[in-house]
Design a protein around this ligand. Sequence first.
Ligand code: AHR
Length: 503
Amino acid sequence: MSITVQINPARRIGQRSPLLYGHFIEHFHRQIYDGIYQPGHPLSDEDGFRTDILDAMRRIKVPIMRWPGGCFVSAYHWKDAVGPNRNPMFDKAWRVEDPNTFGTDEFVKMCRKIGCEPYICTNAGTGTAEEMSDWVEYCNLDTEGKFAKWRIANGFETPHNVKYWSIGNENYGFWEIGAKTTEEWGVLVRESAKMMRHVDPTAELSAAALSDPSWNLNLLKLCGENLDWISIHEYWDMMPEVNAPSAYEQCMAFTDRIDHSVHEVRGMLAALKLDGRIKIAFDEWNLRSWHHPNVHTIRQGVGKESYVTPRDKNDDNSTYTMADAVFTACFLNAMHRHCDIVGMANFAPILNTRGCIYSHDKGIVLRSTYHVFDLFVNHLGDTVVDLWPETALPTMTVRHKQGHSVTIDSLDLLATTYSDKPGMAVAAVNKEPDKTHTITLPLGGKTQVILHTINGENKDSYNDVDLDGVRTAKTDLGVHESAAEIALEPHSVNLIELIPVED
Ligand code: AHR
């Protein structure tokens, strides 16, 4: 039985920012070194960037890239990584040496090659307000002061014009170097924002936050009027210590209330009357956390082999399945529905680790999640409009990782229009592991219907060096007049283009 879906393109929910399709790259494992930045590699350009990876990033129109961390940043000093004399540092967050050959100038150069906005997360762990504002001087002042002059001496005459800055990363967490108390945090953010804005009044500032009121309230009371963004992070399938990816059905349980953090922060901002001016930057999100055991511990006797080697398990491409793709589509749909207050989201990370692109010495693998970005960025509209099913959506009951059962909608549907052309695009996700569902879309006249489907033979399909287990199929369903009935395969991500046909 087909589910009839109504769409009212006149009822606009909002215009989504392209920054919803943002990404994050950190100095961790093979994201930067032996990742995007490999000077001298046969596939690298004259600046040392892997051209195959840059091409893949350009194809999904990466709009903004957050860097350099993540936990890494909370003991990072940017001045060690600019200029001709780079000294290696011991990265106290991830407990490995960082050569510092990739720094601010290389990051901005990479962003210009990709065509994305650079977004710098500053060190609010061991760093200071002065160090943060010096960084803004280096990047954004023309010639005034020693740091702008230093940038010029390093070969960058014109300012880098870094517009987006975050004060700190997860400074609320015991695992973060230089973790702060709630009281300390509000004062540090206020003083940092003050100095950063005194350097560049146009800078857009965010601060590390939570959906937890006790952390945010002091921050927002002391500094709310100086912030443009509030940063939140979420990973659902937590695997930092034990590399045990949840099975497909358990991952579908994670889609239940996938936007709970947004609701909580939205409520807090509204209560403080800040929801008109502060937007949410969901600037780290992914279904699954990164695997990095034994690193966030101060236990004695923990050997290097117990916390460095296991990171290679993130490179197991078989753990990037249709569960990752289905979850990613549901998350992006949810952020579109909240596009009035969620202005940015950053997939964590873009490359290697749990990224949507995997790189190896001879090339890259586009993991299942990459195809969701490729499909949504290149075919979904920028205006979210109202959609509702005429009858209740089918549901499925799945067991959560914590053991309880949860009943969720089997389908996740989002309707969009385009601000620059006629027509509509509907994102339709079928979470069922083995059941096809059919939807009927009423049409207002002659319409060409194109169906794009991301899927594999089964729910655990994946892509690897010599395996194309997950593909995007495009099917022209022809011209329809009054309605179009579309079958949504099990465990699939679909995008339906509705293109008006002139008589
Ligand atoms: O697992 C990676 C870490 O997750 C990031 O460095 C940090 O921001 C988050 O806790």
